[in-house]
Design a protein around this ligand. Structure first.
Ligand code: NAD
Ligand code: DAU
Length: 350
């Protein structure tokens, strides 16, 4: 019989890419629960909706009655939990929704799964988390592994770390069948343009200043969103309950390297003189407690589950720059009034 998967946050960036790949597989019935915050855009999966296979429900993961009803009505077999407040800078401007959604929302989902799955065999609660829970690395430190100690430093990462602890506690105490994944920085189509890569692409396309925090030498370990999603399918199919898997594609780059590469790709696409977009790069005030470096050792998922990434950073970035340049109206539509207000507060621009 076809399984029913509850996908929380399924119209956000990673969630919608995951839904698009799942819909191609045509194996599971997908029940997508999303509150449609500023980051959630139904248009990301609108073409896939189908009452027998891809069902969208607008709602909050903190709503106990609603989530319990969904478990009952759709006989949920697996939860793929993406829903979260996900932007570090917003967590510094206002931590409250991060505590509510990331911690209380995860708690509510765990409780609903626990009461619904009492007599079931084979379900799975996959909690999609981040490498930021491990804090930051120095330039000579070894990459994070599944044994790294939790040392979150921002309200966002602390809220995700809290959620990870809840998920594992529900496994150890109540036997809930969980798996946690901690992934590095994703890039790809449909990422909300508050994050470094889409913001840089759009500002470059639109001839606007490109903000660089501090010295721009902070390092992130970039992974294409589809590689992340394919890793999640492997974890769903073969992951061991109670385990954690780190996901990353060994693509460490500092921010200035990434920004320069994007500028050059935009110049090429727009037939501008090489070097024009780099002139837009503008140093701005640094992020408080700005983590210097993240890096992932993904040997466990590669060896035990047979996953490996497909995209090199260079080809992935080229595709993504092309996607944003061909989907300017998508970007215009998602940059709602709320985003414009946030942009003014963060960068002091009208
Ligand atoms: P996103 O901000 O693009 O999307 C989040 C989605 O969750 C949105 O659709 C939003 O409407 C929904 N949502 C927010 N609060 C909700 C609530 N209370 N109830 C229901 N829905 C709600 O985030 P993303 O970048 O797609 O990240 C998805 C998940 O992956 C998050 O848990 C994040 O911590 C994790 N993650 C992200 C990255 C990354 O680089 N983006 C890396 C590793 C892990
Ligand atoms: O590591 C995984 C995490 O990656 C995810 O858990 C988060 O949800 C996701 O937002 C991302 O967090 P970062 O803080 O690393 O991503 P962001 O795109 O906000 O920033 C990437 C780097 O670029 C970081 O060093 C800050 C810097 N930056 C960012 C912005 C938005 C700038 O220099 N200028 C900017 O305008």
């Amino acid at each position: 019989m076809t399984e029913s998967w509850l996908i929380t946050g399924g119209v956000g960036f990673i969630g919608s890419n995951f839904v698009r790949l799942s819909a191609q597989r045509k194996r599971e019935r997908l029940i997508i629960l999303d509150a449609l915050t500023y980051a959630g855009n139904l248009e990301n999966i609108g073409d896939l909706l189908d009452p027998s296979r891809v069902i969208f429900i607008k709602g909050d993961i903190c709503d106990h009655l609603l989530v319990s009803r969904i478990f009952q009505e759709y006989k949920i077999d697996k939860v793929i939990h993406f829903a979260a407040e996900s932007h570090v800078d917003r967590s510094i401007l206002g931590p409250s929704p991060f505590i509510k959604t990331n911690i209380e929302g995860t708690y509510n989902l765990l409780e609903c799964a626990r009461s619904s799955w009492k007599e079931r065999t084979g379900p799975l609660f996959l909690h999609v988390s981040t490498d930021e829970v491990f804090g930051m690395l120095g330039s000579h430190d070894s990459p994070f592994t599944e044994d790294s100690v939790y040392k979150p430093r921002s309200p966002y990462s602390a809220s995700k770390a809290s959620a990870d602890h809840l998920v594992l506690a529900w496994h150890h105490t109540f036997g809930l069948p969980v798996v946690i994944t901690n992934c590095s920085n994703n890039y790809g189509p449909r990422q909300f343009p508050e994050k470094l890569i889409p913001l840089t692409i759009l500002n470059s396309l639109e001839d606007k200043p490109i903000p660089v925090y501090g010295d721009g030498l902070q390092v992130r370990d970039w992974i294409h969103v589809e590689d992340h999603c394919r890793a999640l399918f492997q974890v769903i199919e073969k992951g061991k309950r109670g385990e954690t898997y780190l996901i990353g594609s060994h693509s460490e780059r500092n921010n200035l390297e990434v920004i320069n590469q994007i500028c050059d790709l935009v110049d090429e696409i727009l037939n501008r003189a090489q070097g024009s977009s780099r002139k837009l790069i503008t140093p701005v005030k640094d992020r408080p407690a700005h983590d210097r470096r993240y890096a992932i050792n993904s040997q466990k998922i590669r060896k035990e589950l047979g996953w490996k990434p497909v995209f090199s950073f260079e080809e992935g970035l080229r595709d993504v720059v092309r996607w944003y340049s061909e989907n300017r109206s998508w970007a215009d539509r998602v940059r709602s009034g709320d985003y414009r207000r946030y942009y003014e507060t963060q960068y002091g621009e009208k």
